[in-house]
Design a protein around this ligand. Structure first.
Ligand SMILES: *[C@@H]1O[C@H](CO)[C@@H](O)[C@H](O)[C@H]1NC(C)=O
Ligand SMILES: *[C@@H]1O[C@H](CO)[C@@H](O)[C@H](O)[C@H]1NC(C)=O
Ligand SMILES: *[C@@H]1O[C@H](CO)[C@@H](O)[C@H](O)[C@H]1NC(C)=O
Length: 337
């Protein structure tokens, strides 16, 4: 009797890495004074700004902390001498730097108004651009938000990838396209500026590994993942759905090699290389010349402030908390001769 070929069963065990991270730094209120530094530096992007040191910022109440709040704001009372320094403002940077991690900002209000260029971002100030840069929140007073990578040579993104935002550029290399970077525009107006503030703010979350950078914007909504909204001690990025922006490692960009340990920075500048470009400035519906506007209109800067509930950083705890989830899948392969 001809032996019957039985259907062969192949057991394929696929292991999926559940992306569980644990809280390593919970920056709230006074932690921004203890564990971040004010940087009274000149703006590398040539803004009409005068970054002040911590003592000055506290004395002028440009920086204010309470039990659950960090306020960072610009001077909104001084008419500037056109040949003197720019408008007083604040730039702070975390003392710690991070490689594989998740950073979440719970923001209640961000600076809004003509000429304002606020940013929540990460970079390695000692090794730019080769240490990479992730702009999580950054554009002129124009919604929606754009999330952008800036890198060294040889990093470009695929045109089509799983994200809810829309690419504005694919080449992340700072040496090309006037350092435009590879940006992704968020789909919703509530992700930035006045609409974000009107909605009471929201959360931005960024996950960085050697394999990718992902950014999510979550509005104040019951649909926002509970681990994000509650400031939980653990987060599982796998449960957050399609990211707003997705920057994968591919043959065209080795994300792991493009980034080293990055600090987190929050800044607020005015005009400058991006926001001061006439087409960008007037395109946002702003009057006259950007620098003149900053000099002459202090009252226009009353809403130029960050109100931040927390910045939380989660890490993988040396791999111990990176759980291996076994997804057993039985694949039946039938062989009929
Ligand atoms: C502020 O943030 C942006 C990131 O979008 C950065 O390009 C710029 O250099 C920053 N300015 C300062 C002075 O830190
Ligand atoms: C400083 O700013 C905070 C937050 O806006 C405000 O509540 C407080 O009254 C201000 N303090 C002074 C002395 O103006
Ligand atoms: C980028 O790629 C080119 C061509 O493949 C190579 O010659 C160059 O060394 C690369 N540059 C860096 C910084 O990796």
């Amino acid at each position: 009797m001809h032996p019957t070929s039985l259907a062969a069963l192949a057991l394929c065990v696929s292991q999926a890495l559940a992306a569980i991270y644990t809280l390593s730094d919970n920056y709230v209120g006074a932690a921004f004074l203890a564990a971040w530094q004010h940087q009274a530096i000149s703006d590398p992007t040539h803004g009409r700004v005068n970054y002040v040191d911590e003592a000055t910022a506290l004395a002028k109440n440009l920086t204010f902390v309470s039990a659950d709040t960090l306020i960072l704001r610009a001077d909104d009372t001084t008419v500037l001498d056109p040949v003197g320094p720019g408008r007083d403002s604040v730039r702070i940077q975390s003392l710690k730097s991070y490689t594989t991690h998740v950073a979440i900002i719970d923001v209640r209000h961000m600076p809004q108004g003509c000429s304002t260029w606020p940013a929540f971002w990460e970079t390695d100030g000692n090794d730019w651009p080769d240490g990479g840069e992730v702009d999580i929140v950054s554009v002129n007073d124009a919604s929606p938000n754009t999330m952008t990578l800036h890198t060294g040579a040889n990093c470009s993104m695929p045109a089509s990838r799983p994200e809810t935002g829309t690419p504005t550029g694919l080449d992340c290399d700072v040496h090309t396209d006037d350092n435009a970077g590879c940006g992704v525009r968020a789909p919703g107006a509530d992700s930035y500026g006045a609409p974000l503030n009107a909605a009471g703010g929201g959360w931005y979350a960024m996950e960085r590994t050697d394999a990718f950078v992902k950014v999510w914007f979550f509005p104040r909504s019951i649909a926002t993942p509970l681990d994000v909204a509650s400031g939980a001690p653990f987060v599982d990025t796998d449960s957050w759905g399609t990211p707003t922006a997705f920057f994968p490692s591919t043959a065209d960009c080795d994300v792991g090699a493009q980034f080293d340990a990055n600090n987190i920075i929050i800044n607020l500048t005015f005009c400058g290389d991006w926001a001061g470009v006439p087409s960008v400035y007037s395109g946002a519906g702003c009057p006259g010349d950007c620098v003149d506007f900053v000099n002459d209109n202090p009252a226009a800067f009353v809403d130029a402030y960050w109100d931040i509930a927390a910045v939380r950083v989660y890490e993988t705890g040396g791999g111990l908390l990176r759980h291996r989830r076994m997804n057993d899948r039985l694949h039946r392969r039938s062989n009929f001769y």
